[in-house]
Structure formats: structure tokens, C-alpha cells
Design a protein around this ligand. Structure first.
Ligand SMILES: [Mg+2]
Length: 248
């Protein structure tokens, strides 16, 4: 557990914060592959500035806080030695790769209660896609046998379709979940799920700053990161990201 020790904790969102797909890179010069697709081909890349940021974080205990589930985190080539917060906070991985059982025990009854809601929302989205002939794909993201959230992906040019689906889902389930729309992704999260709660648990129970002087840095690009970033002492956000665009 020694890698959880250190006065600086850096909680980092991954996609669109530390790397992004090729189409989102500002230039094709000096890119470093950072994550693979299911076939093992490079899918996401770090720009030079992101690589330098990653190097800068070397002094810290670096923990990814990501919507990726475990299998998709394994396709990221950056090495994290202090565990991970995955599936929008649904699971916490300890530095040795084991799932934090205490957190899983807290989460699993909630995930089981939300299972029917997710299945229903999946079926509704699927039928909307079919009836309206939308160029979109929907799936439920699961991890360690628990269903956590729904994700809809569309081509970057089809954002109108995501807006339409967001409106339909909001109308169908006004109180059951939260919807985050960023780029060509839509995520529907049951109310209990979120990065911030898992971050809180991680800070209180797992991190060992070993002293009074401590610093928590947060990196994130999207509205779905806002709550966990608010728990950090300092917030880093890419200037081209969704959060930075809220600046006047
Ligand atoms: Mg992101």
C-alpha cells in the first residue's frame, strides 16, 4: 500500500483530460498513443502538453477518476500505481489491483435497486433509436457483475440526435437519474452514482498523506467532473473542454 502515501494526491479524469481520440487532437505532430481499442489498435493519444502534465504529476499519488470500467481502463497505457476510481465511482480499485470490498458493499445494494431502471431506460433508448432511425448506439456499462450506467454514442456530426434522446430520457425519468452530455456521448447515471462520493471515500479511507501538509489536485474536463473537482484544493481543466467553456 506504500504508493498511497504522499502529501500530494492528484485525482485525474482520463478521456479528454489526459488524452483524446485522434479527431480531437489539435495537431497530429508528436502524439503518444495512450489508450487502445478492443482490437488493440491505438485509439486515444496524448499531445505534448498532456505528456508534460503527466510528467509533472510524477511527484503525486495519481489516481484516475474515470467513467471507464475496469476492462476499458486496462486499455489505457499510462501506469497508475495507487489504484483507481472507475465506472463513474461505482468501483474503487486498490493499488494491488483488488477491488475495494468495503466500497463495493456500500454500492452493490444501490446498483441492484437501479438495475430495472437501467434496463428500462436501455429498452426505451433502443426503441427510440429504431423508430426514429437514429445513428446511435446504446449500452449499459457494467463492472464486476454490477450494472452502473447507460451510455449512448453517436457520430460527432449527429449531436441533434443526442439532444433528442436526452430530452426523451429526461421526460421519461425526471427523478431517477442524471444525464451528462459531452461531445458525442450521453451518459445516464442513477442518482446514487457519481465520481464525487467515491473520491470522498478515497480521500478519507485510502489516501495516507502522512502529515498535516497536504494538497489535492483535480483534473477534469466535463460537467460530470464538476462535483469531484469541487472536493479538491486546486482544479485543472483543459481550456478547450466543456467546463472551461462555461467561463464567460
Ligand atoms: Mg473527460
Amino acid at each position: 500500500m506504500s504508493s498511497l502515501k504522499g502529501p500530494i494526491l492528484a485525482l485525474v479524469d482520463l478521456d479528454d483530460s489526459l488524452f483524446q481520440s485522434l479527431g480531437k487532437c489539435r495537431s497530429t505532430d508528436s502524439l503518444t498513443p495512450a489508450a487502445l481499442d478492443r482490437k488493440g489498435e491505438p485509439l486515444s493519444f496524448m499531445e505534448g502538453s498532456q505528456r508534460l502534465l503527466w510528467d509533472l504529476l510524477a511527484k503525486a499519488v495519481v489516481v484516475p477518476v474515470t467513467a471507464r470500467n475496469l476492462s476499458s481502463l486496462r486499455r489505457v497505457s499510462l501506469k497508475f500505481k495507487a489504484g483507481a476510481i472507475v465506472s463513474f465511482g461505482g468501483l474503487i480499485v486498490r493499488p494491488d489491483g483488488a477491488i475495494d470490498q468495503q466500497w463495493r458493499d456500500e454500492i452493490s445494494p444501490k446498483a441492484l435497486r437501479a438495475r430495472d431502471f437501467l434496463a428500462e431506460a436501455w429498452a426505451l433508448t433502443k426503441s427510440l433509436i429504431k423508430v426514429h432511425r437514429l445513428a446511435a448506439r446504446v449500452k449499459i456499462i457494467s463492472d464486476d457483475s454490477l450494472d452502473f450506467f447507460l451510455v449512448v454514442k453517436t457520430a460527432p456530426a449527429k449531436l441533434r440526435e443526442l439532444n433528442f434522446l436526452r430530452d426523451e430520457l429526461t421526460q421519461a425519468y425526471p427523478n431517477l437519474g442524471r444525464i451528462f452530455l459531452n461531445g458525442h456521448n450521453l451518459s445516464l447515471l442513477p442518482n446514487y452514482l457519481g465520481k464525487a462520493k467515491a473520491v470522498q471515500y478515497f480521500i478519507q479511507r485510502l489516501w495516507e498523506p502522512d502529515g498535516d501538509e497536504r494538497l489535492v489536485l483535480g483534473l477534469g474536463d466535463s460537467l460530470a467532473d464538476r462535483e469531484f473537482l469541487a472536493l479538491c484544493d486546486y482544479i485543472l481543466t483543459p481550456s478547450r473542454g466543456q467546463l472551461a467553456k462555461l467561463w464567460p
